[in-house]
Write a protein that binds this ligand. Structure first.
Ligand code: ZN
Ligand code: ZN
Length: 357
């Protein structure tokens, strides 16, 4: 079943006859389009994909399940959409109320009249959480390249190398291999490793630093997201105690994940394991998030989460401990929920690496 057919099923359940997808990640998910501007009109049967003339050829190549129509200046997107609605005999169109700005709503209200604009909740988000086999295959390719990148850049870990240089090498590696970056890599060392999502700086690595790399490739439109923490040259007992407790929390969380389990309970388990060494107080963010076409793809494993694990969901599992003035550790892997548990998709080493070693 295609993603657009999955959406049609959901539309039927919710009584939505015609839907205008405008949130570009949702448009790409439903149609395969890789460009940055386009809309999908989705009907019970058929529909149309709309973009502008910059993407005419790309749309012909990428959009398989809907016919493509493109417009050029001086026609505006809103005018062109109205023409499609008229040709398709649409009297009322649902729009993604979670993503349309008030300014766009006003523009559409004028341009589409007398067609009725009906706000529709985000239908794609919940479906998008469960990945189809081809989507999981793409995420696996992204994870594989991310593992290879780690194997490449870990050789740079030594005193005197700057965080900037490591981040750049990660970027070069992905680009050279034909991939994009899922997000700008976080590279933090020494006391800076206490910043969970710190940007790389010109700071140079020093003996006794924790170094945390959080990075991921984007391959065929799908993201990987992995974090590893290492120590430069010499690890103290404190380094080992913190690191091993984060690792224990991560392994226990992965072990507990299976269909039907509440995401917040997995998060709670990680906190419980960290609490055994009085480290839960330093774990300020959620345990993980959904992963897919974007790096935060819907779904959260956190104290307040209402999500339940189901087969086909792809999650990150990333407990961390961040101690201001000392440093931090995070270990993050990507997993896909199977019928009986999870399959781990990232395979870089997780024992504490003391580098160069
Ligand atoms: Zn990450
Ligand atoms: Zn993450």
């Amino acid at each position: 079943m295609t993603n657009i057919d999955r959406l049609r099923e959901k539309m039927a359940e919710e009584g939505v006859e015609a839907l205008l997808l405008s949130e570009i990640t949702n448009v790409g998910w439903a149609t395969g389009f890789k460009g940055s501007s386009g809309w999908a009109i989705v009907l019970k049967e058929g529909g149309r994909f709309i973009t502008d003339s910059r993407y005419t050829i790309a749309a012909q190549e990428e959009v398989k399940d809907l016919p493509s129509f493109t417009f050029a200046s001086p026609t505006t997107g809103a005018q062109f959409l109205k023409r499609q609605f008229d040709e398709l005999g649409i009297k009322a169109i649902g729009f993604e109320s979670a993503f349309v700005t008030y300014a766009t709503f006003e523009e559409w209200s004028k341009a589409f009249a007398p067609i009725e604009l009906k706000p529709v909740k985000d239908l794609v988000g919940p479906i998008r959480m469960v990945k189809m086999p081809d989507e999981i295959a793409a995420i696996k390719r992204a994870c594989k390249l991310t593992d290879a990148c780690f194997d490449h850049v870990r050789r740079m870990i030594q005193p005197g190398v700057s965080e900037f240089d490591i981040a750049l090498e990660i970027e070069f590696y992905f680009r050279r291999n034909g991939a994009e970056l899922a997000f700008a890599p976080a590279v933090v060392s020494g006391e800076r490793s206490a910043r969970p999502h710190g940007k790389p700086s010109e700071r140079k690595l020093q003996r006794g630093d924790f170094v945390t790399l959080d990075f991921g490739a984007k391959v065929d439109g799908y993201c990987a997201d992995m974090t590893r923490t290492m120590v430069v040259e010499e690890a103290t007992d404190r380094h080992r105690e913190i690191y091993n407790q984060v690792l224990e929390a991560q392994l226990a969380s992965i072990e507990a994940m299976k269909p039907g389990v509440a995401a917040k309970d997995v998060d709670g388990l990680a906190r419980q394991v960290l609490g055994k060494k009085d480290l839960a107080q330093y774990f300020g963010h959620g345990l993980g998030h959904g992963l897919g076409r974007v790096v935060h793809d819907g779904g959260r494993m956190a104290v307040t989460s209402t999500d339940t694990l189901a087969p086909g969901q792809v999650w990150t599992v990333e407990p961390g401990v961040y101690i201001e003035g000392f440093g931090g550790v995070r270990i993050e892997d990507d997993v896909v929920v199977t019928e009986s548990g999870v399959e781990v998709l990232t395979h870089s080493p997780k024992e504490l690496l003391v580098l160069p070693g």
